[in-house]
Design a protein around this ligand. Structure first.
Ligand code: ASN
Length: 285
């Protein structure tokens, strides 16, 4: 920990939230209120970056409702209805395995700035996110002192990083880097285009802060992918939605707690949560 008080941490968080909302609105995005329970949520299947034990559920009104792991499916539903650019300050629950405590960046309850652009391509997302990071770096002394963040960010193919550094490429590259960079073409959930998806990796060892992609919009392709991931039967609401027609889009989610950890130069994401929710640690309040 870097000696910041809880109030100082809360002030940084407040400024990040305020900045994110102002920035996305200034780029023409409409803020949507988050959903916390639904009959379907992001299954996080196929993402090697996720190690959830199970999806949290609540039995209510004769239904088994899931706690939101991300609002991706709801974002796609709104895009199909004609929404153009949306963002959500979205609280998520991911019941990660206890060993995730050691990464320093996994919390089982966190918030992401989740955004989506109708008919967007990865280049649109890069411009928005890089602009966000640059403007954020101008707001915080601790970021200014650590070197100017400039566009465009470096891009690396994950297959090249793996060839050079092995499976732990994210940690190694993040430690070596002085600036945020894009990692492209990861193994992903069923809804992401295999070629056009991306993670934003923070420098100085802070690791991944955003994941996203261009979404698969061809009905047959997405159903095929669901089938091969073995998740078709559990997500019939999405199957029905896909059959009615998915509108192409691209987007991503920026982890707020991880961003605050980076700005505060905190050792663990639990150090920047006022009520830490860290896998493997008991909840005390
Ligand atoms: N929010 C991410 C996205 O839009 C999904 C995630 O958090 N798994 O792609």
């Amino acid at each position: 920990m870097n000696g910041l008080t809880r109030v100082e941490i809360a002030r940084i968080t407040d400024k990040v939230l305020d900045h994110a909302q102002r920035y996305f609105r200034s780029e023409g995005f409409l803020e949507i209120k988050p959903v916390m329970l639904a009959c379907i949520t992001d299954p996080l299947d196929g993402d090697p970056g996720s190690a959830v034990l199970k999806t949290g559920t609540i039995e209510y009104g004769g239904q088994n409702l899931s706690l939101m792991q991300s609002m991706i499916l709801h974002k796609q539903k709104l895009i199909a209805e004609g929404f153009e650019k949306i963002f959500i300050m979205s609280p998520n629950i991911r019941l990660e395995q206890p060993h995730r405590e050691k990464t320093g960046r996994h919390a089982f309850e966190f918030m992401q700035v989740d955004f989506e652009i109708a008919h967007g391509k990865k280049e649109d997302v890069f411009r928005i996110v890089e602009g966000f990071m640059v403007s954020l770096s101008e707001e915080f002394q601790s970021l200014k002192e650590r070197g100017k963040i400039e566009m465009p960010f470096e891009r690396h193919l994950v297959k090249d990083l793996e060839a050079e550094y092995g499976p732990d490429w994210e940690t190694i590259m993040s430690r070596k880097s002085r600036h945020p960079f894009w990692a492209l073409g990861l193994e992903r959930e069923f809804y992401d285009d295999e070629k056009n998806n991306y993670d934003l990796i923070l420098p100085e060892g802070y690791g991944e802060v955003l994941s996203g992609g261009q979404r698969i919009h061809e009905t047959e392709a997405v159903l095929e992918r669901m089938k091969s991931h073995g998740i078709l039967e559990k997500n019939m609401e999405y199957v029905e939605f896909a059959r009615q027609g998915i509108v192409p889009s691209a987007g991503g989610g920026i982890g707020v707690d991880r961003l605050v950890r980076y700005i505060a130069e905190a050792e663990h994401v639990g150090d920047v949560q006022l009520f830490p929710r860290i896998p493997g640690r008991p909840v005390t309040f």
